[in-house]
Design a protein around this ligand. Structure first.
Ligand code: NAP
Length: 254
């Protein structure tokens, strides 16, 4: 029997990159999966790849929209036993030029959005005595990095949020963990490469090589590697693992 059969999972940002890989991996492991994001088309394209993936557009920064998503998806497919808070994004620039708008938007999607994505699941998980929450943080949640101050602050906040929730839920059969990828082959990486190439006047191949060199294995992480770790953390046999930030970075952090 597939290991996640009978579980309903929410994957935010499930229409592309890491979130899409997580949604497909969880569905292949037997879960029924609801994916959200702001744009409907990418969600429907992923849902079309597996009959147990369902698209529900919603913006994670809008708490009321997330409550509506919960109502709709849980009425249709049962309460969420698994939540993967993956939606996020980064824009770069020197800290001294970060506008209040950029600061607020970055924290809204990466930190507040992560909280709004998991908070409505807590009561149901506690009643059921089972829950699996995984935040997609980043190595930027474990160490500093230049020119992405709001993102680094938000991802460190996600690690703190994960630890707080792990402490609060441990006795209820709920685990709360974070995975921390290094640079990963997704549309977000493509956008970072374009920005670096434009600001440093290098071509895209040089910019990609410079980013890959930050990984001691001299390569990018794949979305499938991240999805595999998430799927493992969502299983019944990882009940003892909670409050952990697991780097998937080829040894970028220790
Ligand atoms: P991606 O392909 O750009 O995926 C981000 C997803 O989040 C998109 O599907 C996007 O869909 C969704 N999203 C963005 N803002 C949203 C919002 N307000 N509400 C709902 N959904 C929203 O990039 P990715 O690399 O897979 O990123 C996934 C996660 O991995 C992020 O948290 C990122 O910080 C983290 N991460 C990425 C890397 C990397 O190198 N790629 C490394 C470490 C960590 P819509 O635009 O349709 O809303």
């Amino acid at each position: 029997m597939a290991t996640l059969s009978g579980h309903h999972a929410l994957v935010t940002g499930g229409g592309s990159g890491i979130g899409a890989a997580v949604a497909l991996t969880l569905a292949q492991a037997g879960a029924t999966v609801t994916i959200c994001g702001r744009r409907r088309e990418p969600l429907e394209a992923i849902a079309a790849q597996h009959s147990d993936i369902h698209a529900e557009p919603a913006d994670v920064t809008d708490r009321d929209a997330m409550l509506r998503l919960y109502k709709q998806a849980e009425t249709a497919r049962g309460r969420f036993a698994i939540v993967v808070a993956n939606a996020g994004g980064a824009r770069s620039g020197p800290a001294e030029k970060v506008s209040p708008l950029l600061w607020n938007e970055t924290l809204a999607v990466n930190l507040s959005g992560a909280f709004f994505s998991v908070q409505p699941a807590l009561a149901g998980m506690r009643e059921r005595g089972f829950g699996r929450i995984v935040f997609i943080a980043s190595t930027a949640g474990l160490k500093g990095a230049a020119y992405v101050a709001p993102y680094v602050a938000a991802k460190h906040g996600v690690i703190g949020l994960m630890r707080a929730l792990a402490a609060e839920t441990a006795k209820h059969g709920i685990t709360v963990n974070a995975v921390c990828p290094g640079y990963t082959e997704t549309p977000m990486l493509d956008r970072a490469v374009e920005r670096i190439a434009a600001t440093t006047k290098r071509d895209a191949a040089e910019a990609r090589a410079a980013l890959a060199a930050k990984n001691p294995q001299r390569r990018f992480i794949t979305p499938a590697e991240v999805a595999s770790a998430v799927s493992w953390l969502c299983g019944e046999d990882t009940a003892g693992i909670t409050g952990q930030a697991i780097a998937i970075s080829g040894g970028e952090t220790w």
